[in-house]
Ligand binder design. Structure first.
Ligand SMILES: Cc1cc2nc3c(=O)[nH]c(=O)nc-3n(C[C@H](O)[C@H](O)[C@H](O)COP(=O)(O)OP(=O)(O)OC[C@H]3O[C@@H](n4cnc5c(N)ncnc54)[C@H](O)[C@@H]3O)c2cc1C
Length: 475
């Protein structure tokens, strides 16, 4: 992938402060994702410290025809921050746009620059007795800009929605370098197209998000979770309904946990297995409220057990136990449990309509057993959103070669199943390069054409993250 020439890089140096531009070995360390995969081996990493710097860089790149790939915390895992192979490009990191600009408890908003981490936003909201609801395992590294650009979700979506539902306004630098300040905090505004939604989920293809007004919600000082062993995947939907009915407005997490993954985590980390009732699956359910939730949990568990959906359960009795249950949930990803296969395995970011989850998990497990018999296949994650992350990994070192041979057929089977069930291949990590050539059939061609028109209108010279997200027409 061609780096821009030295004269251009020197011209950028003239626009920014001394710390802004990194090249060669200095840059590589900043481009490596949590799996150890690097965006490139030859990169010009540009880190403006304010929106004027971003604007100056975009103007210079637009004039020179240099592509711009935005980078937040680099936790997206869909290769959305990889540089294009066929044209000069820079990686524009928002890591130094790291200020919380204001916290407004009376408006129930917080304004943060794009490079602020999700955890920092959560902490600033908590400091004024409010809560920023989106939450996921990479909270300490993932950024406001990246979360917006992938429309990230996480474990609270069942109650509070994803990033799209939690962004009230934003600021972005557009293709000619102009700064569009759309940081409104209006709860209602019917004065035309709501342009912020174009940038949410755009994966950096329409502009660089530099700051955003985020929605705050009431704090939930009482949070209690239960880990319940279920008989069968068919218990999921009745249990979700029971949780909504017995804890109206308080359900804030409903996650599928495979029992064997808890055992594996215990093996790898020395942690204890929280619950083993001999069933294949558990669910981790959190109730959160301004009032104690113990009665609601008890009523839910009693109804679930009475109806035969719950075999056994534990309830977190202390804040430490609560933290430990959700730590286990964060850590059951292959990044901890199957670190040796993470570069090889398939990690699906699929979502289906929630009543199709059980069918989806069964079909994928069955197809994996047929196509790649020596694979380990399991699903975990966000039942409340229909977003189950299924993992398909080689079962042993000897299985790697046949597994790799079977991988294309497995991917085709996954795509077919997702499309048949009216699902999506990307629910929260983004399409990036990983899924770009596969997502086409999941939408009508007209829908992709409309997206291409929007891309051409906002970025006529295709300088922002070219080649990502929108499939090529022929594909
Ligand atoms: C352990 C782990 C657990 C995770 N769990 C979840 C989960 O539960 N839910 C979930 O939603 N995601 C999850 N993710 C995925 C990831 O954290 C999200 O996709 C997150 O939103 C990415 O943010 P980031 O700052 O790392 O963005 P990056 O990875 O740096 O970028 C992602 C995309 O956004 C673009 N981009 C980044 N910043 C900007 C900007 N300022 N302006 C324009 N474009 C930009 C990039 O070009 C790229 O296309 C997880 C990841 C890990 C590693």
């Amino acid at each position: 992938m061609p780096a821009p020439d030295h004269a251009f890089v020197d011209s950028l140096r003239g626009l920014l402060d001394d710390r802004a531009i990194l090249t060669g070995a200095d840059a590589i360390g900043h481009t490596t994702d949590p799996r150890g995969v690097s965006a490139t081996d030859d990169v010009v990493l540009v880190r403006p410290r304010d929106v004027d710097g971003v604007s100056a860089v975009v103007k210079a790149c637009a004039l020179a025809g240099v592509a711009i790939v935005a980078q937040g915390g680099n936790t997206g895992l869909s290769y959305g921050t990889h540089l294009p192979a066929d044209r000069p490009s820079i990686l524009l990191s928002v890591s130094r746009l790291n200020q919380i600009e204001s916290v407004d408890p009376d408006r129930w908003t917080l304004t943060a620059q794009a490079g602020v981490t999700i955890q920092a936003v959560q902490e600033a909201a908590a400091a004024v007795g409010r809560k920023f609801a989106p939450d996921w395992g990479a909270r300490g590294t993932a950024t406001v800009g990246g979360g917006i650009s992938t429309d990230a979700g996480g474990t609270n979506v069942v109650r509070y929605g994803n990033m799209r539902d939690n962004v009230m306004g934003l600021e972005a630098v557009v293709a000619d370098g102009s700064v569009w300040d759309g940081r409104r905090s209006l709860r209602k505004d019917s004065s035309g197209y709501d342009l912020k939604h174009l940038f949410i989920g755009a994966e950096g293809t329409l502009g660089i998000v530099t700051s955003a007004v985020l929605k705050l919600v009431p704090a939930t000082p009482y949070e209690t979770s239960t880990l319940a062993a279920i008989t069968d995947l068919d218990d999921l939907m009745p249990l979700l309904s029971l949780a909504q009915e017995h804890a109206p407005g308080a359900l804030s997490g409903f996650e599928l946990i495979p029992t064997f993954a808890m055992h594996r985590l215990a093996e790898v980390t020395g942690a204890s297995v929280h619950l083993d009732a001999g069933t294949e699956f558990c669910v981790l359910i959190r109730l959160a409220s301004s009032e104690p939730v113990d009665d609601m949990i008890a009523a839910f568990l009693s109804a679930g057990a009475g109806a035969g959906h719950i075999v056994d359960a534990i309830v977190a009795g202390t804040p430490d136990q609560e933290t430990s249950l959700w730590h286990m949930r964060d850590e059951i990803t292959p990044m901890t449990t199957y670190v040796e296969y993470q570069g090889l395995g398939l990690k699906l970011d699929t979502a289906v309509p929630i009543d199709q989850i059980a069918e989806f998990v069964r079909r994928i497990s069955q197809r994996a057993a047929e196509i790649a018999p020596d694979s380990l296949c399991y699903g975990f994650g966000h039942v409340g959103d229909g977003n189950i992350h299924m993992m398909i990994l080689p079962i042993s070192p000897e299985a790697v070669e046949p597994w790799l041979a079977a991988k294309p057929a497995m991917e085709a089977a996954v795509d077919q199943t997702v499309f048949e069930l009216d699902g999506t291949l990307s629910a929260e990590h983004g399409v990036g390069l990983l899924l770009k050539d596969r997502v086409g059939p999941q939408k009508q061609e007209l829908e992709w054409d409309l997206m291409r028109s929007i891309k051409r209108a906002l970025d006529p010279d295709d300088i922002f993250n070219p080649g990502k997200l929108i499939p090529d027409p022929e594909v």
